[in-house]
Write a protein that binds this ligand. Structure first.
Ligand code: NAD
Length: 242
């Protein structure tokens, strides 16, 4: 683990005071939640890119909801792993996540930007009203009291991010002393573009090389639950010995 050692040495040298953590599906892989890309994560014979779109929902809302109910059932049973828990311990941190599973909140992180929404919220397609929806629906697809369909309150391929979310994330990435990039393939834009906003120390944790590995100062080839805790210990330790 030479790359992990080198990243920890850099943290001790630079002693970062502020951190932004950008996470993707890989940070939740160690909680048993399938990623979109990489191994596993197949659902019937569909590709996520063919189901997570407004066009797919308009064509077949029942099929799309069945897929979301399957994902929601997996996430409901899952628990935050050592990576989520370690991230929640970093002082002065903003978590910018592409994930829709809510595990950063459940791990105790307080300042979180959910770029792609949340699986446990619905939105009325007519009134645009949002509601928490933790439990499984009795009948699919679910409907609003107004009679219109409810959709998951997530950002589908081709849709815009929540107003202001990317701008706030971009400002924070620019200003942060340290950027941690954990478990993202770096191919979903605009989220992946955030990495290029950061000029200082950046550390990626991902067992595979990603599209943004070469943009980071260090690419630690390891699982999130394994490499995040020692990185976080180094951040806390470096602050204590400033
Ligand atoms: P992705 O599926 O495109 O890529 C996952 C990345 O995680 C890959 O690079 C893979 O090598 C890496 N990875 C796999 N196991 C890992 C581990 N144990 N530790 C660290 N990294 C690991 O995911 P993405 O980049 O987040 O982008 C795709 C979209 O997928 C996002 O918009 C997101 O909303 C959605 N998504 C979210 C969830 C979730 O909320 N948990 C799950 C699947 C997909």
């Amino acid at each position: 683990m030479e790359d992990l050692k080198a990243a920890i040495t850099a943290i001790h040298r630079e002693r970062p005071l502020s951190t932004v953590v950008l996470t993707g599906a890989g940070v939740s892989a160690d909680s048993g939640i399938p990623t979109f890309r990489g191994e596993g994560g197949l659902w019937r014979n569909y590709r996520p890119e063919d189901l997570a779109t407004a066009a797919a929902f308009a064509r077949d809302p029942l099929l799309v909801w069945e897929w979301y109910e399957w994902r929601r059932s997996i996430v409901r049973e899952a628990k935050p792993n050592a990576a989520h828990l370690a991230i929640a311990r970093i002082p002065n941190t903003l978590v910018v996540t592409q994930n829709v599973d809510g595990l950063h909140q459940r791990a105790g992180s307080k300042d979180i930007i959910e770029l792609h929404g949340n699986l446990f919220r619905t939105r009325c397609v007519r009134e645009e009203t949002r509601r928490d929806a933790l439990d499984a629906f009795g009948t699919l697809p679910p409907h609003c009291q107004c009679g219109a369909l409810l959709r998951p309150d997530v950002v589908w391929f081709g849709e815009l991010l929540p107003v202001g979310a990317f701008e706030r994330a971009g400002r924070a990435v620019r200003a942060a002393d340290l950027l941690l990039v954990i478990g993202t393939s770096g191919v979903v834009f605009p989220a992946a573009g955030l990495v290029s906003f950061h000029e200082g120390l950046s550390i990626e944790i991902n067992p595979q090389l990603s599209a943004i590995s070469s943009a980071c100062t260090f690419a630690v080839a390891a699982n999130a639950a394994e490499a995040t805790p020692p990185i976080v210990e180094a951040i806390i330790d470096a602050r204590t010995h400033r």
